[in-house]
Design a protein around this ligand. Structure first.
Ligand SMILES: [Zn+2]
Length: 47
């Protein structure tokens, strides 16, 4: 698992390893997620 920062509400949330999409639990914005390393998630943009 890893944490990313929501680009919309700027809160951090946890994403499970290797998921390709995740929704912010705070504002429900859906993002595409990439994994530069297996333990480091990164928001790529809106899904
Ligand atoms: Zn959010």
């Amino acid at each position: 698992m890893s944490e990313v920062r929501c680009l919309n509400c700027l809160k951090r949330f946890t994403v499970h390893s290797q998921v390709k999409e995740a929704s912010c639990p705070h504002c429900k914005t859906k993002y595409r997620i990439s994994w530069p390393t297996p333990n480091q998630a990164k928001v790529r943009g809106l899904a």
